[in-house]
Design a protein around this ligand. Structure first.
Ligand SMILES: Nc1ncnc2c1ncn2[C@@H]1O[C@H](COP(=O)(O)OP(=O)(O)OP(=O)(O)O)[C@@H](O)[C@H]1O
Ligand SMILES: [Mg+2]
Length: 247
């Protein structure tokens, strides 16, 4: 079971788009996958068509009571399951009380009845309690970075957090460039800057800026169903292959 979190405290960098399209690609490749929506904005859940999720049957439920995990799993298709999030927790900073509050998600996975090939966790744009729970249970972190100048500013923060945690547990991080614009000065500049510092921790494929990726959620379809012949779909298919090959 490979557990991968999609994290960046910066908002709007493509975490949810990446999480949903990765699990869709993995499930199409025959891998049994579970998507955990850990963001109270519920974007990943609504992307897949699950809105108005009950507050006592969502990802927060298992942060409070890890043994309930099997009760909150929804079946999306033959290979893809979802633990949705609920808007009720938008103002809630997540668990901070009790024994090891950042360990609850990891504990809940010990109760899973199904052995998934992949668990993908979509994190909120913060380095708070939800993201700590996600990082604590993952073996790998994918950090989507939008090809904008300001995106570099927060990157060192999350990388140093991952480095600190790597001292106590095995944790690999890989940066994914998103909304990349070919032949556009700034995108190329950011790519070469990141490549200079993190060449061993950068996916070979960059996700291009592609408006069909922004349209797909309103159709509740992955990019592979919505627009299979698009540069966004091709890039995410290559990313899924990179992930599978990186096993
Ligand atoms: N490669 C892309 N090309 C064009 N639009 C994109 C691309 N990736 C994401 N988007 C759009 O950019 C917006 C932000 O993307 P997304 O919601 O995936 O980011 P996020 O990091 O999950 O945001 P948040 O931090 O709020 O959770 C969305 O409207 C999405 O449809
Ligand atoms: Mg998101």
């Amino acid at each position: 079971m490979r557990i991968i979190s999609i994290c960046n405290q910066k908002g709007g960098v493509g975490k949810t788009t990446t999480a949903v399209n990765i699990v869709s690609g993995l499930s199409m490749a025959g891998k049994t996958s579970l998507l955990v929506d850990l963001d109270p904005q519920t974007n990943a859940s609504s992307y897949l068509g699950y809105r108005d999720n009950e507050p006592h049957k969502c990802s927060y439920t298992i942060l409070e009571n890890p043994s309930k995990i099997n009760e909150v799993i929804l079946k999306v298709n033959a290979n893809l399951d979802l633990i949705p999030s609920s808007l009720s927790y938008l103002d809630d900073p997540g668990p901070r009380e009790g024994d090891n509050p950042f360990d609850h998600l990891r504990e809940s996975f010990e109760y899973l009845e199904k052995n998934y090939d992949y668990i993908i966790i979509d994190c909120p744009p913060s380095l708070g309690s939800y993201t700590f729970n996600a990082i604590n249970t993952s073996q790998e972190i994918i950090i989507p970075v939008q090809c904008h100048y300001l995106s570099l500013e927060g990157l060192s923060q999350i990388v140093s957090l991952v480095d600190d945690i790597s001292e106590v547990k095995k944790l690999k991080f890989t940066i994914l460039l998103t909304m990349f614009e070919e032949n556009e000065g700034l995108s190329e500049e950011i790519k070469s800057e990141i490549d200079k510092h993190f060449s061993n921790n950068l996916f070979k494929i960059s996700i291009p800026y592609d408006i069909t990726l922004a349209e797909a959620p309103s159709h509740e379809q992955s990019i592979f169903d919505y627009m299979p012949i698009s540069c966004g779909a091709v890039a995410y298919a290559i990313l899924v292959k990179e992930i599978i090959d990186g096993e």
